[in-house]
Structures are given as C-alpha cells and as structure tokens.
Design a protein around this ligand. Structure first.
Ligand SMILES: [Cu+2]
Length: 319
C-alpha cells in the first residue's frame, strides 16, 4: 500500500482543500477579534495613547490569527490525511523545491513583516512617541502649544508630581484634566523607577539626573492606576497609587487650591526651584526642612512623608 491512496503531498488539490478549510476559520476569527474582543483589549481608551495601543493590538491580532490558524489547519490536515498507514514502509517522495510554494512563502512573509514595520513606525511617530519615554529632547511632540506640564519624580517608594504652571507645587496625588494634552517630565531622586499610569497607556523610565518626556491626552473621566515598573528596592511592590482624570474646571480648582495651600504654609518657598532634574545629594536635608514646614512628624526620613502618616490622601504634603 502506498501513500497514493490519499494523494501525494505535492498534489495541488491538497493546497486547495487546506485553503478552503482555513479561509472561513480565518474570517470568523478575525471578525470575532475585531468586533467582540477589540473593545475589551487593554489598556482601554482612557487616553489617546491608550486608544492607539488598543488599536495596534487589535490590528496585530487580526494579522496573527490567520497565520496561527494556517499552521494549525496544516498540522491537523497532515496528521489526518498524510498519516502513515499500517504496513506502509515506503519512504516519502524525494521532492526538491517547489517554486510556487517558495515564492508564495517569501512574498507572504515579506509583505507581513514589511507591512508591520511601516505600521509600527507610523504608529510610533504619529501619536508623539505612543506614550513611551522619548528622553530629554523628544523627537515627536504633539502639534499644540497648550500643554500641561507635569513633572513625575520617582523616589523610594512613591511618585510625587510637580506642576510648574501652578507655582511649582508638589503633591503625591495625580489629577489630570480631561481633553488636555499632558507632557510628563519623568525623573528620579535615587534609583531607577518607571512611571506607569496603566490606563493612560504611558510608560517612562525615571532615571536620576535625566528628564524623560512622554505625552498623553486623557479622554475619559475616572481613576487610573499608577505603578512603578522597575524593581527599585524593598517596597517596589507597594509603589502604586491611583490618579484621576477630572473635568478641566475641577482640575483648575484642585491645582489652584493646592498651590494656594502650599504657598500659605510656606511649602512652596522651601521646595527646591523647579528644574528638570534634582541633585539627590541635597534631598535628605531638604526632606527634613519640608517635614518641619509642613508640620508633620514621624516622617519616613525621605523627601516626603508617606500618605499613611499624613492621614489625608487628598493632600498628603500639607498638614
Ligand atoms: Cu520604583
């Protein structure tokens, strides 16, 4: 008995059969991915960057599913149709190359890879870095000059935020106005941290002595998680907080209120002048002064007292 009973593997009708099994499966999978899965893909749509990443993931899933299904269909077909029959000790046919299969293979893979290269490059440049840290002088910036500056300062083990457009006030709570372009200037006072407001689709390393810029525009109200994404010491795992996207009016009330309060208690005066990086060697002394001014005792000995010690999660810096 020979394999000819099931048809030689080189027979063109196998290719057609595999194609006809694969095609409907690929179409169904892509329709499910696009219409059912896409709206639920991470990281959601809380900012323009998050929405862009969700779109990118959906596009890549739509491209990947047919490839994966082709491998599975071919594998299953080969297992069933070209299975060795009992008593068949014949060797496989000595096939040397198949121009059509090889040309199809090279063309299809080249189109997919080069297409993804172009897609990825465009999706990095057009949304101004796609939420990633672009270093101190960003190559791609949003096309507007109305940009809210937010400095993110990583320190063991919390992020604080400074707002140079609000007198340089500093807080451990991150509020952002909906619909306004935000520039995050990310730096650190000690070791390497990574600023990761997940639902905003932003992730940027916080390096001491470096200003790392990332952009995002919030487009949904609500809270988002901020995590440190770089192992930075013992309490790295506890280095998270929740930020909030609020209306522009509510943001103004919040920011101006904090600025006024920090001016009143002398905190603004005692903070170091706003700069894109800070000298960590002066921080321990600075921390003590700020704790003294803010009237908070039992601080953790670092730049800022922790939130738990202040008992006021809305404004831990002030008494
Ligand atoms: Cu950290």
């Amino acid at each position: 008995m020979s394999h000819s009973a099931a048809g030689a593997p080189g027979d063109a009708r196998h290719g057609l059969r595999i194609f006809l099994i694969w095609l409907p499966l690929a179409i169904v999978a892509d329709l499910l991915i696009w219409f059912v899965w896409y709206p639920h893909l991470p990281p959601g749509r809380m900012s323009d960057q998050a929405q862009g990443q969700q779109f990118d993931i959906a596009v890549m899933a739509v491209l990947a599913a047919p490839v994966l299904l082709f491998v599975w269909v071919y594998f299953a077909y080969a297992l069933i149709i070209w299975r060795r029959r009992p008593g068949d000790d014949e060797d496989g046919p000595p096939i040397h190359g198949n121009t059509r299969v090889q040309a199809t293979w090279i063309t299809a893979t080249a189109v997919i890879v080069l297409g993804l290269f172009i897609f990825g490059t465009v999706q990095l440049i057009v949304p101004a870095g796609a939420g990633a840290g672009e270093g101190p002088s960003p190559a791609w910036a949003p096309n507007t000059n109305k940009i809210l500056q937010v400095q993110v300062i990583g320190q063991q083990w919390a992020f604080t935020y400074r707002f140079p457009q609000f007198g340089g006030m500093e807080t451990t709570q991150l509020f952002l106005p909906m619909g306004e372009q935000v520039q995050f200037n990310v730096t650190s006072l000690d070791v390497i941290h990574s600023f990761w407001p997940y639902q905003l689709g932003v992730k940027a390393d916080a390096n001491p002595g470096v200003n790392n810029v990332a952009f995002a525009k919030p487009q949904q109200l609500g809270s988002f998680a901020v995590r440190c994404n770089e192992l930075c010491g013992l309490w790295h795992g506890a280095m998270f907080n929740y930020g909030r996207v609020v209306t522009p009016a509510a943001f103004q009330v919040w920011a101006r209120g904090l600025q006024a309060r920090e001016a009143r208690i002398g905190l603004l005066r005692d903070l170091p002048p706003y700069a894109l990086t800070y000298d960590p060697t002066v921080i321990p002394q600075l921390g003590k002064d700020i704790v003294k001014v803010a009237g908070i005792t039992g601080a953790n000995g670092y730049y800022y007292p922790s939130q738990l010690q202040s008992g006021d999660p809305g404004d831990p810096v002030s008494p």
